[in-house]
Design a protein around this ligand. Structure first.
Ligand code: IMP
Ligand code: MG
Length: 179
């Protein structure tokens, strides 16, 4: 079994790129059907979703646009709480058919925050597409419209996902080997 080591952790092969690709093709097929007569604005959440976004949009048939946003967390001076802000969204999304692209949904905290922020800008429609979804970890009632692969709890790296910033470059996905 193929393994990789990143810093102090060992990860074992979990999802081969051929299977990632197949699940993305299935998702693109569904999106192409659902948006047959509509233009899509994809909003991809960096850094993790860059590979997923790149493979997905290449399978989209109709006219579409793609934009990238980032979540920057900063410590709020007054409350001392951590607030994350969406940065990099320059276009006006009001009246547009938006699909958010995320690499992985775990507790759902991140995607819920992004969803609520974008919803305020009054898109014509707003959907969520994630490559990976951990149903056992998910704690929100938000509807996840397109799911590539469901995974058990456990930390994953590769295909955009990182451990301390490393491992994003692998084309396959690896899971933490907890011995
Ligand atoms: P959530 O807010 O708990 O749903 O977590 C989502 C975010 O945490 C994702 O955008 C990832 O950046 C990160 N994340 C969650 N699970 C993993 C994982 O298994 N590997 C790498 N990053 C992860
Ligand atoms: Mg992410």
């Amino acid at each position: 079994m193929k393994k990789v080591i990143i810093q102090d952790k060992e990860f074992k092969m979990s999802i081969l790129y051929v299977n990632i690709k197949r699940s993305i093709e299935r998702m693109a097929f569904d999106i192409n059907q659902d948006y047959e007569d509509k233009e899509i604005l994809f909003i991809s959440i960096l850094n993790g979703s860059f590979m997923f976004a790149s493979d997905l949009v290449r399978k989209i048939k109709g006219p579409c646009q793609i934009s990238f946003v980032k979540l920057s967390s900063y410590v709020n001076g007054e409350s001392m709480g951590t607030v994350s802000e969406l940065i990099g969204l320059n276009e006006d999304i009001s009246g547009q058919h938006v699909i958010i692209l995320e690499d992985i949904i775990d507790s759902g905290m991140t995607i819920e925050g992004v969803y609520n922020r974008l919803k305020k800008q009054k898109p014509a429609s707003l959907k969520i597409a994630t490559l990976l979804f951990k149903p056992q970890a998910f704690q929100k009632s938000l509807k996840i419209d397109y799911i590539g692969i469901e995974m058990p709890n456990g930390f994953l790296v590769g295909y955009g996902l990182d451990y301390n910033g490393y491992g994003r470059n692998y084309e396959d996905i690896y899971s933490l080997n907890e011995l």
